[in-house]
Design a protein around this ligand. Structure first.
Ligand code: BDR
Ligand code: CA
Length: 311
């Protein structure tokens, strides 16, 4: 079992990723840390609790982290995720939920030092940047760092060239990538090149509901808004579920394929938030990232459906 911290901003697809992680015997979720992103941090905290409650896993601790990006003003993505951040499902809050006094970064700092804990980051990288500031040794002890974010050959989803998680807090993303480079470490970038391929269609949802009405119904409730959003904005019949792919790749490294390259994140100007991948080696710098470019969709769906439907 691999120990994992899920750093996230739930978020519809973050919630699906948490569900997949909790149903995966290869993973022990030692904690969920929340960052301001899709939803403001306290809303993300309440949403994580709602998902844990549905999964019967309120034993997993949740910590609140950064309330805003490192430099930029905070812009939420409730237009995409609904006013409650969970697709306007308006699930009731879990009663008696205390906000822990320990912060997300304090928790990371404590637990990462062991060297056997990995991080799957599904939101802006603000918490990790704060960890670099406060406890570099803990950051460098992360066993494996998988981040849903960025894009290489694919276009962006917030601007022509930038993906939301890196666009929301480009300064933190840049610090994370630069620090990894300076310390000869790597991040795995699960970006839009591969996540765009993961479309939850009405047909797949229908099958899920048929096989497991409770779980399928729950997923329908939280994704309905996402379906509408994708149709209005991208004319996609179904919704792209980005975050579960990062969890799936963590579990089975054969799901994605890609290349290694020196990568930087742009922090200003018209391409703010863009992940600039030096795949041709212009800078002659060692790689600090594995950039995924190909996805075995069948493998992903086999894993996701088998595990989620069997809830
Ligand atoms: C990313 O941004 C959020 O909307 C999703 O949760 C995902 O992490 C995709 O760009
Ligand atoms: Ca997310």
């Amino acid at each position: 079992m691999q120990k994992v911290i899920i750093d996230c901003d739930p978020g519809i697809d973050d919630s699906l990723a948490i569900m997949l992680a909790l149903k995966s015997p290869e993973i022990e979720v030692v904690g969920i840390t929340i960052v301001a992103g899709n939803s403001p941090a306290e809303m993300g905290f309440r949403n994580a609790k709602k998902i844990l409650s549905f999964m019967g896993r309120l034993d997993v601790p949740v910590y609140i982290g950064a309330q805003k990006p490192r430099v930029r003003d905070y812009i939420n993505a409730l237009d995409t995720h609904g006013e409650d951040g969970l697709g306007e499902s308006f699930l009731p809050d879990v009663p008696d939920q205390d906000i822990p006094s320990k912060t997300a970064v304090e928790f990371m700092s404590e637990i990462l030092k062991s060297g056997d804990v990995s991080v799957i980051a599904l939101g802006p990288l603000t918490n990790l940047a704060e960890l670099i500031d406060t406890d570099l040794a803990a950051f460098l002890s992360i066993k494996r760092l998988v981040s849903m974010g960025g894009n290489f050959r694919s276009h962006g989803n917030c601007s022509p060239v930038a993906e939301y998680n890196y666009w929301e807090d480009p300064d933190s993303a840049a610090l994370v990538y630069d620090t990894l480079y300076e310390n000869h470490k790597k991040i795995e970038m699960v970006g839009l090149d591969v996540t765009r391929e993961i479309v939850l269609t009405p047909e797949i949802l229908g099958k899920m509901k048929e096989a497991n009405p409770k779980v399928g119904g729950f997923i329908e409730k939280i994704t309905y808004f996402y379906f509408k959003f994708h149709w209005e904005w991208e004319h996609i019949r179904g919704c792209v579920i980005n975050d579960p792919l990062a969890v799936a790749q963590f579990i089975d490294p054969d799901i994605l394929n890609g290349l290694e390259a020196f990568t930087q994140i742009e922090t200003g100007g018209i391409s703010i938030g863009q992940s600039v991948v030096d795949s041709m080696g212009f800078y002659r710098k060692d790689s600090n990232a594995v950039i995924y470019t190909e996805v075995d969709k069948q493998k992903f769906w086999d894993m996701f459906l088998k595990r989620i439907i069997k809830l």
